[in-house]
Design a protein around this ligand. Structure first.
Ligand code: FES
Length: 575
């Protein structure tokens, strides 16, 4: 069932049959009143829905799916909605990232095993976007993305508060004794007051922007608020468009080219996007067969300006971004560096879609000539502490700490950190480097968003708000600070991070792209000989499979056996 055998209308291998099996394929679907003419060869469109009450950011997806269906019908297609594993960032333990690859398998196998000619992906909360794109990419049928859209701005005591970013800020205020617990509770219902995903430029908004920048959605997808009627319009128009995409055989691999990924990396810099996009785009590229590496992030994105004044790097929120013009207005500013050849799902290039986009608020979306921050993007670090790389987001860091050498204060894992961080006897000051181990893909397991470690209370009380932190973890896209992430190989895979001890000197030099552990090689060899590899926390099941097969962060943390495209050839009959 190689992709070479994929016919233009896969669905006809089910519904076009006149025999016993054709009866079975059609008859059971007719149980909800579907007329016989729906099986006449019109494009059958799967609507891949990540609705779940356990994924609050996707709680409005039933409405969105209905809008897509109307669009599909309007264009003469036959929509069939199906659920896939949904990943709610806030509730899933130990981390939603442990299940991204599992959900991608659900998506891939659901598409291939069913009579679908094209797919609409409904994505919102952080991991629902990469998991659906990864799974669909491995099938490579005509596909269009529809994001759920951000929540309305959080409003608290007369001001705006942003998802995540406000939590990190306020929890530090509580820990420092400057905010009462009751105020903290009050803020909970003020921060998230509508349907939608986090309304900062966190991972969900970043990935929705990546969907649009990659050309995988209609223009405007990134920023329309979830509850704005225009989000429904976009869903409906996407339903119409996928039908034509099937007729044109506009498969994913025609859109997800190297040029598309390069543009997405540039856009990520311009929006001050999440470091999580690095891992997710590497994984998606791996599925579709585009040669993309960690080094590309630095080569293409560094030194590009950040144009958006949005939290966590800036001040505004996604609602403001949409009213200011949304992502097309940012992409228009990228004219000097954009690859204009990249095609999008509407059949036009990204540049054609955005070249006349208006900008209604220059405070929110700045110009190329007068950017919000002159140097953005993701810096990729190298050195004896991270032979396969590590990343830092300079725009979210404290400039004075971007070149810093400090004494390591080491936490062996997140439990150790939680146990000791608030201990007043902890030997730490603001010049130290906090080092956290065993939070990477294998170590946590699942690569937790633990990299933005809280600061010790005795440092906070001095009014210090940032320290250099180094780990093999990820960081929430809503977080900020001088935080080195994704150290590869991770500690649990035997990377040098596993060998760091309290008192070692760690040197960070972002300009030189350097992360160095000042310990003699002979001493490191002695420590390495004493190191013991950890076991999977589960002896069997998904966690064991994941532990045994997950790749390192610099490769996108995909499973080794899932990399690549397996196409959407027609499987055998089921009888
Ligand atoms: Fe779902 Fe932030 S928790 S997008």
């Amino acid at each position: 069932m190689s992709d070479a055998k994929r016919p233009l209308r896969r669905s006809q291998a089910w519904f076009g049959r006149q025999d016993r099996d054709g009866f079975i394929y059609r008859s059971w679907l007719k149980n909800r009143g579907i007329p016989h003419d729906q099986f006449d060869g019109r494009p059958v469109i799967g609507i891949c829905n990540t609705y779940s009450e356990l994924t609050p950011c996707n709680s409005h997806f039933r409405t969105l799916a209905e809008q897509v269906k109307i669009g599909v019908w309007e264009a003469g297609g036959f929509p069939l909605e199906f659920p896939v594993m949904s990943l709610g960032e806030t509730l899933l333990r130990p981390t939603a990232m442990l299940f991204r690859n599992l959900a991608s398998m659900d998506v891939e196998e659901s598409i291939r095993a069913n009579p679908l000619d094209g797919v609409v992906l409904l994505m919102g909360c952080d991991k629902t976007t990469p998991s659906l794109l990864m799974g669909a990419a491995s099938c490579d049928v005509p596909t269009i993305g529809v994001s759920g859209g951000p929540m309305l701005n959080g409003k608290y005591r007369g001001g705006d508060i942003g998802s995540g970013t406000g939590v990190w800020q306020m929890s530090e205020e509580v820990r420092a004794g400057r905010m009462a617990q009751q105020e903290f509770f009050e803020a909970e219902s003020c921060m998230h007051r509508s349907h939608g995903h986090c309304m900062t430029m966190g991972t969900a908004s970043t990935m929705a922007s990546m969907v649009e920048a990659l050309g995988m959605s209609l223009p405007g997808n990134a920023a329309i608020p979830a509850v704005d009627a225009r989000r429904n319009v976009l869903a409906r128009e996407s339903g119409r468009r996928i039908v034509q995409m099937v007729k044109d055989d506009l498969v994913m691999s025609k859109i997800l080219t190297r040029a598309a990924f390069e543009n997405a990396i540039r856009v990520n810099a311009a929006i001050g996007g999440s470091t999580n996009a690095v891992i997710h785009l590497l994984a998606i590229a791996g599925r579709i067969g585009v040669d993309l590496s960690l080094a590309d992030w630095d080569a293409l994105g560094h030194n590009l300006p950040c144009l958006l004044d949005l939290q966590p790097s800036g001040k505004y929120l996604m609602e403001d971004f949409y009213y200011a013009g949304g992502l097309p207005a940012v992409i228009r500013e990228l004219e000097p560096v954009l690859d204009r050849s990249a095609l999008t799902v509407n059949g036009q290039t990204l540049w054609d879609n955005c070249k006349d986009a208006p900008n209604w608020n220059r405070e929110v979306i700045r110009s190329w000539a007068e950017p919000f921050k002159p140097h953005a993007g993701i810096a990729v670090l190298r050195g004896n502490l991270c032979p396969d790389g590590a990343v830092i987001k300079p725009s979210a860091a404290t400039p004075a700490l971007l070149k810093h050498t400090g004494r390591a204060v080491v936490f062996e894992d997140s439990e150790d950190m939680h146990r000791r961080l608030d201990d007043e006897s902890l030997d730490v000051d603001e010049n130290c480097v906090l080092v956290l181990k065993n939070c990477g893909p294998k170590g946590y397991p699942g690569m937790a968003e633990a990299g933005n470690m809280p600061l010790p209370p005795k440092v906070l009380r001095k009014g210090i708000t940032d320290m250099v932190r180094v780990s093999d973890a990820r960081m929430s896209g809503t977080a900020y600070g001088t935080v080195v992430l994704h150290v590869a190989p991770e500690a649990a895979a035997g990377g040098p991070l596993a060998l760091v001890q309290n008192g070692d000197m760690v040197e960070l030099d972002v300009e030189a792209r350097k992360l160095h552990l000042h310990v003699p090689e002979e001493e490191l060899a002695r420590r390495r000989a004493a190191w013991q590899a950890p076991q999977s926390p589960m002896p069997s099941g998904w966690t064991k499979l994941y532990f045994d097969h997950v790749q390192q962060a610099n490769l996108g943390a995909d499973m080794d056996f899932l990399v690549g495209k397996r196409g959407a050839g027609i499987p055998k009959d089921n009888h």
